[in-house]
Design a binder for this molecule. Structure first.
Ligand code: AMP
Length: 293
């Protein structure tokens, strides 16, 4: 894939010239496997993987099972897409370090997230716009979007072309070796669940885009209250509570500083560039917010 002008410089420090701990050793093809599930026209769940041919069947079955057992309801319509990836197009990445912040309430969690975003250079009005949209349902029908909002980090203007779909980051995954190492690290902190693993993978790709200042996320699963702020400078800042129990409105905001004529290239990179993560970051123990105060 040709690198667009607004596209991350990440390859400079992330790429290891095609050295790859497990995929390159295999001659079998690698596929992008994507799942999206709906019920009554409502987005239920989605998943993105890069899978060697020998795992394609098993991972597809896992994805379908997940869509059928989701806490947001049983999917009625499941779309699975499988596409070949040209290994010459792969960029290689590293997971951000995970910091595990503990707060007492979702209000405190949002205050902490807002402070972090400000410290990464996101203007107050952009933080307010993102939080308000996520809290009230960022899609035009007041529900969660299928993808992420693109928010101008200075003006707070929403820049995604389709406010219901948003931007869906895709074609990224961990190598098998990195996935195993991560599971060990996360298990030691009681965090070995799909939410954390998938969010770390997504955030790794997102924060490697230089025009992307930071990401804010909280889940749309009614019983998963945690979320995070991610940035290249601060890593992945998990916050244990960012919304009230039972809340189905969630989503992602990508804060960007990118001219409008570069937007297309950024979106194309986020959605289409194959990105394989071979190295994990550190997983820090929990810290109570305001403990240091
Ligand atoms: P989840 O972390 O799966 O609970 O997703 C929370 C929200 O993040 C969803 O409601 C979507 O708005 C958004 N989202 C989920 N997957 C993606 C993705 N691959 N790219 C961008 N946004 C996503």
């Amino acid at each position: 894939m040709k690198r667009p002008s607004c596209q991350p410089l990440a390859a400079e420090w992330l790429t290891r010239g095609g050295l790859n701990d497990n995929f390159a050793a295999m001659n079998e093809p690698l596929s992008s496997l994507r799942m999206r599930a709906e019920r009554d026209g409502k987005h239920i769940s989605g998943a993105e993987r890069l899978v060697p041919f020998e795992q394609l069947q098993d991972v597809t079955i896992e994805m379908v099972q997940r869509a059928l057992r989701h806490t947001r309801g049983q999917a009625e319509q499941i779309n699975i897409s499988v596409e070949p990836i040209d290994k010459a197009d792969l960029q290689f990445g590293r997971l951000p370090d995970l910091h595990n912040n503990t707060v007492q309430s979702w209000q405190q969690g949002r205050e902490l997230a807002a402070g972090m975003l400000a410290s990464y250079g996101v203007a107050q009005q952009a933080v307010d716009q993102a939080m308000e949209s996520l809290a009230s349902g960022a899609a035009s029908n007041g529900q969660s979007m299928r993808g992420a909002m693109l928010i101008d980090a200075d003006s707070g203007e929403r820049l995604e072309s389709d406010p219901d779909r948003g931007v869906r980051v895709s074609r990224m995954d961990l190598s098998s070796a990195a996935r195993e190492q991560l599971q060990v690290q996360l298990a030691a902190q009681g965090l070995a669940n799909d939410h954390v693993v998938e969010a770390l993978i997504l955030a790794a790709k997102v924060v490697s885009a230089p025009t992307l200042i930071a990401e804010l996320c909280w889940s749309d699963d009614p019983d998963y209250l945690a979320g995070y702020v991610a940035s290249s400078a601060g890593g992945y800042q998990r916050i244990n509570v960012l919304k009230p129990f039972g809340e189905e409105r969630g989503g992602r905001a990508f804060f960007i500083r990118c001219s409008k004529d570069q937007l297309g290239a950024l979106v194309n990179w986020l959605e289409r560039q194959p990105f394989l993560i071979e190295r994990i970051g550190r997983v820090h123990p929990p810290r109570q917010w305001k403990d240091e105060a």
